[in-house]
Design a binder for this molecule. Structure first.
Ligand SMILES: [Zn+2]
Length: 279
């Protein structure tokens, strides 16, 4: 499932071909994704100039010149692909097609259709999906003291607390596992006890791992592709995620002696961690 770095990678691909461009043709090839598309979806987009391509957490926000915003979420398997000059025939799961006056054809493909698109007045901040989100982890208003305050009083394990989008927005299973490993914090630790130095280490680890993942074009473990069709490659840098039984980097949690990276299930999701390094 795309997390913040994958969505940011997509945003960075879309921005150069959309910003300042007019959408000359927009088509929805089916009436719904996860939810029904708005009535007249194609007509609402056709003729509009794109004022900006932004992102909030895992949501893309495509601003239009009539003070409306197209909100897009990639769900489990959604991807945008850009074709310049010539595009191949439509594929089975191409559901939305945008053409610009710059000659770009942008297709949204989503085999499992857990993604969604919606149109809203304004910049999108008031959309029901967005207004309860916590701070952007790479933004200026996310700092260690704010993270510590958000964790205060929470009895849930830190792993679960970090998946709560009101604590910090945009993190999912992969980057929570990696950030906890880097900060040496056990995923089972009660969230409320992550204060002071631990909160500072965790805050820094979240920012570092997200920044590195964006620079690598995201992680392609199942469906994520960049808008030019290339895979991301941060999955090759995972320390613990998906590495059950292997040694973690920089540690003597030797698979033969201690079993290496452990996998447990928390709230129905796999957690990967090093029991030696993470306390
Ligand atoms: Zn280890």
């Amino acid at each position: 499932m795309p997390e913040l770095p994958e969505v940011e990678t997509v945003r960075r691909g879309l921005a150069p071909v959309l910003e300042g461009r007019r959408i000359v043709r927009a088509r929805a090839l089916r009436p719904d994704l996860r939810f029904p598309l708005p009535d007249g979806f194609g007509q609402m987009l056709t003729g509009r100039r794109v004022t900006g391509v932004g992102r909030r957490a895992k949501y893309l926000l495509i601003g239009l010149d009539n003070d409306t915003t197209l909100i897009a979420h990639l769900g489990m398997s959604g991807s945008f692909r850009i074709y310049m000059d010539s595009a191949p025939p439509l594929a089975t799961h191409d559901h939305v097609v945008l053409e610009t006056d710059g000659g770009a054809e942008i297709r949204y493909n989503d085999p499992r259709r857990f993604g969604f698109m919606d149109m809203i007045h304004g910049d999108g901040a008031d959309h029901p999906m967005l207004k309860k989100l916590g701070p952007e982890p790479l933004g200026g208003d996310f700092h260690a003291a704010r993270l510590a305050a958000a964790l205060k009083g929470r009895k849930a394990p830190i792993k679960a607390a970090l998946l709560d989008q009101s604590v910090v927005a945009g993190l999912g299973n992969i980057y929570v596992c990696e950030a906890l490993f880097r900060s040496g914090i056990s995923p089972k630790r009660k969230a409320a006890t992550v204060q002071g130095g631990r909160a500072r280490r965790l805050h820094q680890a979240i920012r570092d791992v997200l920044g590195e993942a964006i620079a690598a074009g995201g992680s392609s473990i199942s469906d994520h592709r960049q808008t030019d069709g290339e895979l991301g490659y941060f999955q090759h840098s995972f320390a613990v995620y998906g590495r059950e039984g292997e040694a973690c980097p920089g540690c003597d949690c030797d698979p033969g002696r201690t079993g290496g990276v452990r996998r447990i299930v928390q709230s129905g999701r796999s957690t990967f961690y090093c029991a030696k390094r993470q306390r």
